[in-house]
Design a protein around this ligand. Structure first.
Ligand code: PRT
Ligand code: ZN
Length: 286
């Protein structure tokens, strides 16, 4: 029997756009119609289940889906039996404790006996236990940030990205409980056929991620500076060097990492490189 990989993805929300973009960049096409809960890939043995993010860990643990894309925060909070197959690097946020901004923070022990409102009781409880603090956890499902102003709690534990929601609600972040990002989770007992499909998908995801992290660089270098410039742009194995019509110069091609991009460009200019071109890479297979 030909295996098919069932992939759970958030239907619409903060994870959806990046999840769909990644799938597309992996060369997998499917039609996502309005109101549709299932979609068949047209050029990969996969089927997509379009769900609320909260349901994804359970569906994957139960084997309704084989793999899924979900925030690590939701995966940990649901406590279902799944494994992280790969970290995806988008939808980054942190789960943090916040208190009213004009209150002085007494350190984690100052939370002893306090009421903390959250949608993440399980993660918060284990954080408090690890810090030997006992507090009252009020589980609420939404609008957690208004809890202190309506007298429901003295502190909250909620997701933060820019911090503007906390700021608008007169709160300040005092403890980071968890740093989260989107993760690809998998069911623990996949058949060999499905493992093979997952490996194919992971190979594509890694190629897309490598490409996003790197840029292709072309530059002209005086021949007597080639060794110095080689050290600045070592590339995947070593840079390509091509003769130019002008015998004192060569053209060098290589790959540079996004993280040290500007430092490398500055160093290249100082080393005498000219005519530097930087172009995006679509896929990068190491
Ligand atoms: O409908 P469904 O159940 O599928 O979606 P949802 O509404 O439960 O989740 P959704 O789409 O809002 O978020 C999905 C995932 O995105 C979360 O589980 C996180 O992993 C991730 N993520 C990243 C965030 C944020 N950033 C984020 N900022 N999820 C929520 N927020 C909220 C936060 O709760 C708070 O209200 O944004 C506000 C804070 O943002 P800042 O920028 O003001 O700090
Ligand atoms: Zn949700």
């Amino acid at each position: 029997m030909n295996e098919i990989l069932r992939i759970a993805v958030q239907k619409s929300g903060r994870l959806s756009e990046d999840s769909f973009a990644l799938i597309k960049e992996c060369g997998i096409d499917f039609q996502n119609g309005i109101g549709q809960l299932k979609a068949q890939a047209t050029n990969f043995p996969a089927e997509f289940l379009l769900l609320r993010d909260d349901d994804i860990p359970g569906y994957v643990a139960d084997g309704v889906a084989d793999i899924g894309i979900v925030g690590e925060n939701v995966m940990l909070e649901k406590g279902k039996n799944t494994d992280i197959a790969h970290r995806l690097g988008f939808s980054k946020c942190r789960l943090s404790i916040a208190i009213p901004k004009n209150e002085e923070y007494q350190g984690i022990k100052g939370l002893e006996g306090k009421n903390i409102a959250t949608s993440y009781p399980r993660i918060l409880q284990s954080f408090l236990e690890a810090n030997q603090v006992s507090a009252h956890i009020h589980e609420i499902s939404g609008s957690v940030e208004i809890a202190p102003s309506i007298g429901l709690a003295e502190a909250i534990c909620d997701l933060v990205s820019s911090g503007s929601t906390l700021f608008t609600n007169g709160l300040k972040e005092v403890e980071v409980v968890l740093k989260s990002e989107a993760v690809l989770i998998k069911q623990k007992q996949l058949s060999q056929g499905k493992i093979n499909l997952l490996d194919k998908l992971l190979f594509r995801i890694k190629s897309v991620q490598n490409a996003r992290k790197n840029k292709y660089i072309l530059l002209n270098a005086p021949k007597n500076k080639v060794e110095e410039i080689k050290r600045l742009v070592p590339g995947m194995r070593s840079p390509s060097i091509m003769e130019l019509a002008d015998k004192d110069w060569v053209s060098m091609h290589s790959v540079i990492n996004e993280n040290d991009f500007w430092n490398v460009i500055e160093a290249l200019r100082e080393a005498g490189a000219e005519g530097i071109l930087v172009v995006p890479i679509e896929k990068m297979i190491l």
